[in-house]
Design a protein around this ligand. Structure first.
Ligand code: DAT
Ligand code: MG
Length: 150
């Protein structure tokens, strides 16, 4: 089975109507979207999502921002997607991210960095389980291409 990761279009990107452009970047890279929903995260869910940062000074502000308005939560799959999707997103602080990356192309701020992506197979498994049941993740059957040939 291809590797899976959790990608979130965060409130700043949703407010700026960048969801379509961000999804396109993942599609063009060759990844497959296998689950998606729009929701507003509760502060409890935000705290679980960012639990690894709970002792950091920026934790409270991070969770407040994350739960402030709608986000789009997605599971994407593809070869080596965890590492490659983080390259596609760019450096954590958008002001440092290289042009050509999502953060580098669409944000000039530090903390409003538009997207979240899991950073390891363990965090991907944990983060996917926070948002999706296994039966909500589609079997993306690439051989099912009748629509191309009918
Ligand atoms: P990433 O989102 O690249 O995985 P991270 O997991 O280290 O980065 O941090 C989670 C988020 O917290 C990040 O997207 C932006 C914010 N953040 C990280 N370090 C910060 C800092 N020193 N000051 C303020 N916000 C920070
Ligand atoms: Mg992280």
């Amino acid at each position: 089975m291809p590797e899976r990761t959790l990608i979130i279009i965060k409130p700043d990107a949703m407010q700026r109507a960048l969801a379509g452009k961000i999804i396109t970047r993942f599609e063009e890279k060759g990844f497959q979207l296998v689950a998606a929903k729009v929701m507003v995260a509760s502060s409890e869910l935000a705290a679980k999502h960012y639990a690894v940062h709970k002792d950091k000074p920026f934790f409270e502000g991070l969770c407040k921002n994350f739960s402030s308005s709608a986000i789009m939560v997605m599971v994407w799959q593809g070869n080596n997607i965890i590492e490659l999707s983080r390259k596609l997103m760019g450096a954590t602080f958008a002001q440092d991210a290289q042009p050509g990356t999502i953060r580098g192309d669409y944000s000039c701020t530090k903390g409003f960095n538009l997207v979240h992506g899991s950073d390891s197979p363990e965090s991907a498994k944990y983060e996917i389980s926070l948002y999706f049941d296994e039966d909500e993740i589609a079997d993306y059957n690439l051989s099912n291409s009748r629509w191309l040939n009918d």
